[in-house]
Ligand binder design. Structure first.
Ligand code: NAP
Length: 277
């Protein structure tokens, strides 16, 4: 029997959340892949990251590997309901193993968001978001100018602003009244969080879909402490001068699996369920 070269093997990382069911699935996958000559289990520079848990677990894994987006593909196993980033349920692990064994490297790519925060002292922070990034002012009403593609669009007053990716449109964005966007549409969505609208203060009120080429800038007009979220990570900064949002040059890649394409089935499963016809 000829042994496979280390370099011919597919490097796989398995990342699971703390749920009992997730740990069980992880243990099964680990045992099977460890004994399969075609795979090498490692958390360092993997070709494929298998997440076990829910969409939240996939978000965490995305942030663990967001420096390696050119080389890594993700595939998710959900240990609850069917998720948006997860193609397999916990009882479909054998199906996933078959897909991995016949994998030829095909991928499905979705846009992600690049967020650049500039503080008044000149410091700058850049991060990538898979779902969305939000800005809120902690002490009082947030007052900020919204600039879209260099057009001074409106002066916002309210709790804050969310900018979401297409795949993030079903998450916080949806709770804020934003639209659901098919993930193949390369656009960002700006959604208000409790805007103040009366005879004096005016914002557009509806969410706005912004194409790939346009940049969004939020320029806070009051000093104070700002609360920024990027997916499941949160930061507080004093005196934010500007936040810029644009579609990142890189995308997130998923293993192309037969069940990956049915976005509308996932939306129905998550929000509508079965109904009498
Ligand atoms: P969490 O508060 O523990 O869970 C948030 C929920 O959102 C989970 O049920 C998660 O699904 C689901 N979710 C995550 N991404 C989704 C997507 N793209 N489409 C539909 N549902 C999605 O926080 P977390 O698990 O760390 O996730 C952070 C995300 O929570 C943020 O990116 C934000 O979108 C969302 N969030 C929502 C609200 C709101 O709706 N009011 C408020 C704050 C944050 P699983 O159960 O499969 O993990």
């Amino acid at each position: 029997m000829t042994q496979m070269n280390f370099t011919d093997k597919t490097k796989v990382a398995i990342i699971a959340n703390g749920k009992y069911q997730s740990k069980r699935v992880a243990a099964k996958l680990f045992a099977v892949l460890r004994d399969d000559d075609a795979f090498y289990l490692t958390k360092k520079n993997p070709d494929i990251v298998i997440t076990i848990g829910g969409d939240g677990m996939l978000l965490s894994a995305f942030h663990m590997y967001d420096k390696y987006l050119d080389s890594v593909r993700f595939v998710g196993v959900h240990t609850g309901h069917l998720g948006f980033y997860t193609d397999y349920r916990d009882f479909e692990v054998d199906e996933l193993l078959n897909i991995l064994r016949s994998d030829k490297g095909e991928k499905i790519a979705y846009p992600i968001l690049k967020v650049t925060t500039t503080l008044e002292d000149g410091r700058q922070f850049t991060s990538k978001a898979l779902n969305e990034a939000t800005i809120k002012r902690i002490e009082k009403t947030m007052v900020a100018d919204v600039v879209i593609n260099k057009v001074q669009f409106e002066r916002f007053r309210g709790d804050g602003i969310s900018v979401s990716t297409p795949t993030g449109s079903t998450a916080y964005n949806k709770s804020l009244g934003g639209a659901i966007l098919h993930p193949t549409i390369e656009a960002l969505q700006l959604t208000e969080i409790s805007s103040l609208n009366n005879r004096v203060f005016r914002t557009i009120g509806s969410s706005i879909i912004i194409p790939k080429k346009d940049k969004i800038e939020i320029i806070p007009k009051r000093q104070g402490t700002y609360f920024l979220s990027v997916d499941n990570k949160t930061y507080t900064h004093r005196n934010v001068a500007k936040i810029e949002y644009e579609i990142d040059k890189k995308k997130i890649n998923f293993v192309a699996t037969p069940s990956h394409t049915s976005f509308w089935a996932r939306v129905k499963d998550a929000f509508i369920g079965e109904f009498d016809s």
